[in-house]
Design a binder for this molecule. Structure first.
Ligand SMILES: [Fe+2]
Length: 264
């Protein structure tokens, strides 16, 4: 666990280990704004991170419990407004109903009272644009400061190669989101699980190319008459461990299914 800073952005980072899997978590602060509130199991540490900084607002990239887990607690403790995409306001008002493995992994996400994110907002002299970047989740957004070339991407990027996804993810939408972001000016990506990526534009470009290549392979095999199950077996012969402890909520077969079913 540690606090660091880059390009005026302070960040808290921590490795979360569970079920033999390690996931890094990054929570960012810039100019009084907290970007996502982190998972409930890191409440004490994130509270400590916030307590030595001025807090004016909490903004969310999306509703997942590892991004909204401390919003109720921090909003009360620091008396600050909390914002999220209008799509998930209702969902966030209630305590999240999560499968057991996610409750064990991240903790319980209590309900909170978010306000709808505006299209743009300011922190001091910085103007932030809220860029819709759905795909990982329907409500996913990124926060872009074109002047400084900085963007908070939540779970849009995560890693260079997408090797497994959740049932609810939509890869054609994610591809469009990567393209939408690449049409804008930025270099530094602040990712919630990969941290500060200084050559972020290049890495996002590479991820886009990888996903387009995977989409091309799925489409080709599908056009030959293979079923989703057969394509999955051919492209991804082995499921990663998360498949087993998530009861299939994470699976390579969702990659194939999404490229077949979610195409606009
Ligand atoms: Fe997420």
């Amino acid at each position: 666990m540690s606090d660091q800073s880059f390009q005026g952005v302070d960040y808290y980072k921590c490795k979360v280990s569970c079920f033999g899997r390690n996931v890094m978590v990054y929570v960012y602060w810039v100019g009084g704004m907290l970007v996502d509130s982190g998972p409930p199991r890191l409440r004490r540490e994130i509270d400590e991170f916030c307590s030595s900084r001025r807090l004016d607002r909490i903004v969310h990239t999306h509703y997942h419990e590892d991004h909204t887990g401390n919003s109720r607690y921090l909003a009360k403790r620091y008396n600050v407004p909390v914002f999220i995409d209008p799509f998930s306001i209702e969902y966030c008002r209630e305590r999240a109903r999560l499968p057991l493995y996610r409750r064990v992994y991240w903790g319980r996400r209590e309900g909170f009272e978010p306000l709808p994110l505006p299209e743009t907002f300011e922190t001091g002299k910085t103007r932030w644009e809220v860029i819709p970047t759905p795909g990982h989740s329907e409500d996913h957004v990124s926060f872009l400061d074109q002047n400084e070339g900085r963007v908070f991407t939540g779970d849009l990027f995560m890693r260079d190669k997408t090797l497994v996804i959740m049932r609810s993810e939509n890869l054609p939408a994610l591809i469009e989101s990567l393209r939408r972001l690449l049409a804008r000016d930025f270099d530094t990506v602040f990712c919630s699980h990969s941290g500060v990526i200084k050559n972020g534009r290049q890495r996002i470009q590479r991820k886009l190319e990888y996903l387009e290549e995977q989409r091309g392979r799925v489409r080709h095999l599908h056009s030959l008459g293979l079923t989703a199950r057969e394509i999955n077996r051919r492209m991804y012969p082995k499921q990663p461990p998360i498949f087993f402890f998530s009861g299939g909520e994470y699976s390579t077969c969702h990659i194939v299914r999404s490229f077949i079913e979610d195409e606009p």
